[in-house]
Design a protein around this ligand. Structure first.
Ligand SMILES: Cc1cc2nc3c(=O)[nH]c(=O)nc-3n(C[C@H](O)[C@H](O)[C@H](O)COP(=O)(O)O)c2cc1C
Length: 156
């Protein structure tokens, strides 16, 4: 099935993941895809309703937690356990290696949850380290271009 539509779902505390989502959106839009960027605040499992690939774009806070604006969405998925076997997804995780024990854990939590609901990850989980020299929004464009190619090769 050809994917023509991508939804970028954003969990953020201080807005960096939103900048990353903007970059990803720009690249995928230039490739000809329809892209919707949605903060996770008011989302529930119905966001997976139409045929679209999903990019989870999330930072990590607290003791390796999902940011506040994504917690209700995460819990709704855990509770409702929708069948996501038609969903292809990617994860762009923002974190900081200073938090070695919980580096990018929110991205890993979403990855594990979506896989357990039957969704299929396309590509590796991207983990950006805020202590590295590159800005995540600078890495995001290259990542999105690579991911587009992997998605096409995967039949998306
Ligand atoms: C109080 C606090 C706690 C954090 N906890 C973690 C953590 O447990 N693991 C991690 O990888 N990064 C952690 N980070 C780093 C953020 O995830 C990282 O700076 C990210 O780029 C912020 O993105 P945002 O502006 O979209 O929220 C923490 C940052 C702060 C300020």
């Amino acid at each position: 099935m050809t994917i023509e539509h991508v939804k970028i779902l954003v969990a953020t505390m201080t807005g960096t993941a939103e900048l990353v989502a903007e970059e990803i959106s720009d690249v995928l839009t230039d490739k000809g895809l329809q892209v919707d960027t949605l903060l996770m605040d008011d989302l529930d499992e119905t966001v997976f309703g139409d045929p679209a690939a999903v990019v989870i774009c999330t930072s990590t806070y607290g003791q390796g937690d999902v940011p506040d604006n994504g917690q209700a969405f995460f819990e709704a998925l855990e509770r409702e356990r929708p069948n996501l076997s038609a969903v292809q997804y990617a994860v762009f995780a923002l974190g900081d290696m200073t938090y070695a024990q919980t580096f990018c854990r929110s991205g890993d939590l979403f990855d594990t949850l979506l896989t357990s609901l039957g969704a299929r990850r396309v590509g590796d989980v991207m983990r950006h380290n805020a202590s590295a020299s590159s800005l995540p929004e600078d890495d995001a464009g290259d990542w999105a271009a690579d991911w587009y190619d992997v998605l096409q090769a995967a039949g998306g």
